[in-house]
Design a protein around this ligand. Structure first.
Ligand SMILES: [Zn+2]
Ligand SMILES: [Zn+2]
Length: 943
């Protein structure tokens, strides 16, 4: 069996379709991984890297004393599979194969991915022959050629890729950890540092500083307007910029009609057709169409994988002789651009244009096959069209311009006008993305006199350098040797996602700037491009087998250790610097309550975060925020028009951010409902309260009634009532929040379950707190979507919680509650039906205390308390009752509990009722009554 390993699933499928040449291709899935087979051949796609480089175990703990950030430099690295199912299937196929061809992308990264696959194959099969197919486009011709003459895997090229991988991980991990720990940052808030990323950020920061320190200079420019043959023509003063206004003013005053034409020169200018696209040139051109670098590359890679264009990661701007340009033009005749293609075939230049860089790996980006808008969709089609038209332009003739320069004299002052006319449009016919603006002047003759219609003296200012756009930055990175064609756009995307830069064009954030400046000050090897350029040079040496990977990595380790010598010596200063300067990024604006403090986001230990005032404890104003599990609170660019406070956003990895917006608007709206429930708080009063910075029921409770009455212009009685209503509302809110927590704790989260929906349904049924929940019917819970079994459990829990709460509210100390609970006395009603004697005996609590508790509970329940009995009375009753023949000790307590404390009491009782109250047999009671009567009768006789 012949196994072909492609870089992605989609390319595996296409390669199979091409090589099968009409034969049926069968797709098979195993563990979610597809293979494509025809005849004796099977193709399988990787997912780029299927293994990942990581440090050996032990280095994961950031705060380890043993494994310090510096220790990561020399830490051993291991390869861990990240796509286990692909790895499994690849190794399984390797055992069955008698030939394996690696067909990953044709560049350093692709070679490394191929080498990783090779290692996995070798671990499964030591002897199977492995070869390599290299192609620049997934088209029939390229693929067939590549498989007809396969070569060996280029281990030197892969080693270069591996060296970069190792060095990047080493630099990134150790420096990120060092800086984050120094600045006491962790979790989602770490400060990342990278070998390419940091020098790139530093360029953006430097540009910002240039802009800030730029001092604009005023200058003046003169122009005049004349007319010839009904056409207005503008001419500029030959001096260009005037630095002094008086000089410009003198020229202005001297400029007088008539305007004499002193010279007319015409010429022609060659307008060269553009050179082929390399990655950077492509990204720049795509940016003009509105595509970000990352987006343009993503689309281009997709087009490549589907065979529409060649491999988009290339440094080459010269078509190799092997490229079949005529063949490509032929296939493009089937594209929607047939007319343009045919025009180019008819007008094709002798030799295609060429750029400055020529390399052997890939041809420049070119179209590989026809495509239509229907198949690709709008965005991909625009990128496809760009690549196709650029290809056509490189084969089209140069354009020819007619140039014209006219020199005028007005009162001794020289003015000039220039024109340009396209004589031969050449490549502009097929490439509309580069504008060809014509300025056609009317015919002028030397010696001719014309009117001066208008003279303008413009005051202007010199402009600061422009911020980098993404594409300009990529060009600059390329010039400096920062990153590679494959990584530059990813580095920029990373800077944006790490919140180091923002906006278009790019500008640094406070954090981005602070981190860069701190590093610059203490270890500028990390922020300067030199080190990374050196590594690029070393990689070239590895590719040429002039140096080994180990050697290069070792040298890089040395450089990094030197940087750490500087960094560690200044750890404290770096940390404090970053900490104090980034505090600013959490400031939201002036505190609306005290008017002098600053409101800022505060993160406490654990997951608590809130917004507080810098004047705490003098100003206690604060706004609660959801815990960090919902997202880390950050400030955004927007500012509330009403409160002048910056907006707040909760950001969470892998989730859509949660926009809180203006924290005060949020605070007000989230308390609006509860405030509206306060009966005595009318809407106009609510408006007044807001103006007084009273936003919640709790704020209201804390206010002094006298002050409230004056401030709201209401009577003191109304103010007192308002405050009391607010207190009641707070109690209600507290109970509701308890109930919310209770439900969250007792209902297991599951897919499709929304606690908000459950609460809403329960609220509709009048269940808003634990008390109402304890008394609720199971049916109510079921209508809220809770299963019967769960409902029974929740109700049981709610009842027991409610009892405990009630006892607590009544004032029974928790220790006693626990003892009663253990004795099975679990409902307040028990205190009115079970005699204190029994309660005391069962719970072990002294009788006096039980009486006190029974008084409290029965008073609370508004039911009669049991009659009190002292020990002496008790002893007396016991003796009297025990005197009745047939009475036993066991019967005493039940009788006492039923209120029978003496013989007369026993005689007065209805045996049937007493039996029910005591659990004693009816006949037994009757017999006791007979005996008791005898005793009473005897007493009377004795008298
Ligand atoms: Zn304040
Ligand atoms: Zn607001």
């Amino acid at each position: 069996m012949h196994v072909i390993v492609a870089e992605k699933n989609i390319s595996a499928r296409r390669i199979a379709q091409i090589l099968a040449s009409g034969k049926r291709v069968t797709e098979k899935k195993e563990g979610g991984v597809s293979t494509y087979s025809f005849g004796d051949t099977v193709t399988i796609g990787l997912r780029g890297h299927v293994v990942e480089v990581d440090f050996e175990p032990g280095y994961q703990n950031w705060r380890s004393e043993l494994y310090t950030p510096r220790s990561l430099i020399d830490a051993k690295m291991i390869k861990v599979p990240t796509e286990k199912r692909i790895v499994y299937l690849l190794q399984k196929l390797a055992k069955q194969a008698d030939r394996i061809t690696i067909a990953t992308d044709f560049d350093t990264e692709g070679e490394l991915i191929g080498k990783e696959a090779y290692d996995l194959i070798r671990a499964a099969s030591r002897n199977v022959p492995v070869d390599r197919a290299r192609f620049s486009a997934i088209t029939q011709q390229e693929i067939q050629n590549a498989f007809a003459k396969t070569t060996a895997l280029d281990f030197a090229l892969a080693a270069a890729g591996e060296a970069r991988q190792t060095v990047d991980l080493m630099w990134g991990a150790s420096l990120t950890r060092f800086i984050s720990l120094a600045a006491r940052r962790g979790g989602q808030n770490i400060l990342s540092v990278g070998r390419v990323q940091t020098p790139t950020l530093s360029m953006i920061v430097d540009r910002e500083k240039e802009i800030e320190s730029f001092v604009p200079e005023t200058y003046w420019q003169l122009s005049l307007l004349t007319e010839k043959a009904g056409q207005e023509v503008e001419a500029r003063h030959t001096n260009g910029r005037f630095k002094e206004k008086p000089a410009a003013q003198q020229v202005y005053d001297r400029t007088k009609a008539p305007l004499l034409v002193t010279d007319v020169t015409t010429g022609t200018k060659q307008d060269r057709a553009p050179s082929p696209f390399d990655t950077t040139g492509f990204i720049v051109a795509a940016a003009r169409l509105g595509f970000t670098a990352a987006n343009a590359m993503r689309i281009a890679e997709d087009l490549y994988m589907n065979g529409f264009i060649s491999y988009p990661r290339t440094d080459n701007t010269v078509y190799p002789p092997s490229l079949d340009i005529t063949g490509i033009l032929k296939t493009l005749q089937n594209s929607p651009f047939r007319k343009d293609v045919e025009w180019v075939i008819a007008h094709r230049r002798g030799v295609p244009t060429r750029g400055k860089k020529s390399s052997t790996d890939h041809p420049p980006i070119h179209p590989a096959g026809p495509a239509s808008r229907d198949v690709l969709g709008d965005d991909a089609f625009r990128i496809y069209e760009l690549v196709l038209r650029r290809f056509l332009a490189t084969l089209a003739p140069d354009a020819q311009w007619k140039t014209e320069k006219v020199v005028f004299d007005a009162g001794g002052e020289g003015y000039t006008a220039t024109g340009g006319q396209l004589l031969e449009p050449g490549w502009h016919v097929v490439y509309p993305f580069s504008e060809a603006k014509e300025v056609i002047l009317p015919p002028f003759e030397t010696g001719e006199k014309l009117p001066v219609k208008n003279v303008t003296l413009d005051e202007k200012e010199t402009q600061p350098p422009a911020r980098y756009t993404q594409s300009r930055l990529i060009q600059r990175m390329e010039e400096l040797g920062l990153g590679t064609k494959s990584t530059r756009h990813e580095v920029i995307a990373k800077l944006v996602s790490r919140k180091y830069v923002e906006g278009t064009p790019l500008r640094p954030t406070v954090v981005g700037r602070v981190v860069t400046e701190s590093l610059e000050q203490h270890a500028d090897t990390i922020t300067k491009p030199d080190m990374t350029q050196t590594l690029e040079a070393h990689m070239q040496q590895i590719k040429g087998s002039e140096r080994t990977r180990e050697d290069v990595v070792k040298e890089s380790r040395g450089m990094l250790h030197a940087a750490f010598d500087q960094l560690e010596a200044h750890e404290r200063a770096i940390g404090d610097d970053i900490l104090s300067r980034t505090a600013e990024e959490l400031n939201l604006g002036t505190c609306p309550v005290c008017g002098t403090g600053t409101l800022a986001i505060k993160h406490l230990r654990g997951s608590t975060q809130f917004i507080g005032c810098s004047r705490y404890p003098d100003c206690t104003f604060n706004i609660g925020l959801p815990v960090t599990q919902w997202g880390w609170a950050v400030r955004t660019d927007e500012v509330c028009d009403r409160h002048r406070l910056s907006f707040v956003r909760l950001v969470r990895k892998g989730a859509r951010p949660w926009d809180i917006g203006c924290p005060l608007c949020h605070h007000i709206s989230s308390n609006r409902e509860s405030l509206s429930e306060i009966p005595s708080l009318t809407p106009p009063l609510q408006g007044k309260l807001e103006a007084l910075h009273i936003y919640t029921a709790s704020d209201l409770v804390k206010s002094e009634p006298g002050w409230l009455a004056t401030a709201l212009d209401i009577s003191s009685a109304d103010a007192v009532r308002l405050k009391q209503d607010a207190e009641a509302e707070m109690l209600l809110l507290k109970k509701r929040s308890e109930c919310r927590k209770f439900l969250r704790n007792h209902l297991t989260p599951r897919k499709g379950r929304s606690y908000a929906a459950i609460q809403k349904a329960l609220k509709g049924a009048g269940v808003t707190d634990i008390s109402s929940l304890a008394h609720a019917d199971a049916a109510v819970l079921r209508t809220a979507g809770i299963s019967e079994q769960e409902a029974a459990q929740v109700l049981g829990e709610a009842r027991s919680v409610h009892t405990l709460q009630t006892f607590k509210e009544i004032g029974i100390p928790p220790a006693s509650i626990r003892k009663y609970h253990a004795a099975g006395i679990s409902s307040p009603g028990d205190f009115c039906t079970i005699h204190p004697l029994i309660l005391s005996k069962k719970s072990g609590i002294s009788l006096g205390t039980v009486y006190r508790h029974a008084d409290l509970v029965c008073g609370y329940l508004k039911r009669p308390a049991p009659k009190k009995m002292t020990k002496l009375q008790l002893e007396k009753s016991r003796k009297e009752l025990m005197a009745i023949p047939g009475m036993t000790e066991e019967m005493i307590l039940p009788l006492l509990q039923a209120g029978v404390a003496d013989i007369l009491g026993l005689l007065a009782a209805d045996p049937k009722i007493l039996s029910g109250q005591t659990g004693l047999q009816h006949e037994k009671i009757s017999r006791l009554q007979v005996s008791a009567k005898k005793i009473k009768d005897n007493e009377i006789i004795r008298i």
